[in-house]
Design a binder for this molecule. Structure first.
Ligand SMILES: O=C(COP(=O)(O)O)NO
Length: 249
């Protein structure tokens, strides 16, 4: 089954009104493959979502970087899935390692967020990944399997889920996973899905890589059979993000 290449740009906690306008202008003018070849999703901070959505080219979509775990209400500071749907924001990133580490989001909590977001009609980029200590202890597959299992226990329909493998030790460090390292974990994840969910889900779910992806390393990574795209942080704020999108070819 052909899986459409997926490139997400996670701007994280960055940007000003002027910088957002500059990046969106660059993206709108970029010569990139058609949306038949690559799905591009841009994720600015919440406050810039309407501004970006209003002017972003129609073949790109936008994502929030988080969503609350249940229906909105007395949860100061949170943004609900319902509000994102009301703003016609189609995607949300959930379970990013920065939130798992800094805000102590557990596997269970992330899984509940994924289930609720899907139930409200959002499409989800679900993030998993091990720390350096876990990798060095040979725990990588156990860790990412447990993270995926938590999600699998809460959802039935994977058609609106993209799984993002983002080794924590590669995020923001410049130490990108090698193509062999990325392919190994992606293949293990796909195998886990085949065994524990279904062969159809295993074949159809996009498993994307994140962690120090840039214009110099994206082509070799994209060439791996089980790497279906990227979730890009730092480089998504730069012109080289266009080169990363083009690595879909
Ligand atoms: O966190 C990341 C990756 O960030 P970098 O590309 O800056 O390593 N994606 O969600």
């Amino acid at each position: 089954m052909a899986r459409k290449f997926f490139v997400g740009g996670n701007w994280k906690c960055n940007g000003t009104v002027a910088e957002v306008s500059k990046i969106v202008k660059l993206l709108n003018e970029a010569d990139v493959p058609s949306e038949d070849a690559v799905e591009v999703v841009i994720s600015p901070p919440f406050v810039f979502l309407p501004q970006v959505k209003a002017v972003l080219r129609s073949d790109f979509a936008v994502a929030a970087q988080n969503a609350w775990v249940r229906k909105g209400g007395a949860y100061t500071g949170e943004i609900s899935a319902e509000v994102l749907i009301n703003l016609e924001i189609p995607w949300v990133i959930l379970g990013h390692s920065e939130r798992r580490a800094l805000l102590k989001e557990s596997n269970e909590f992330v899984a509940d967020k994924v289930a609720y977001a899907l139930s409200q009609g959002l499409k989800v980029i679900a993030c998993i990944g091990e720390t350096l200590e876990q990798r060095e202890a040979g725990e990588t597959l156990n860790v990412v399997s447990e993270q995926t299992k938590a999600i699998a226990e809460k959802i039935k329909d994977w058609s609106n889920v993209v799984l993002a493998y983002e080794p924590v030790w590669a995020i923001g460090t410049g130490k990108v996973a090698t193509p062999v390292q990325a392919q190994e974990v992606h293949a293990d994840l796909r195998s886990w899905l085949a065994t524990n969910v279904s062969s159809d889900v295993a074949e159809s779910v996009r498993i994307i890589y994140g962690g120090s992806v840039n214009a110099g390393n994206c082509v070799e990574l994209a060439g791996q059979p089980d790497v279906d795209g990227f979730l890009v942080g730092g480089a998504s704020l730069k012109a080289e993000f266009v080169d990363i999108i083009r690595s879909a070819l």
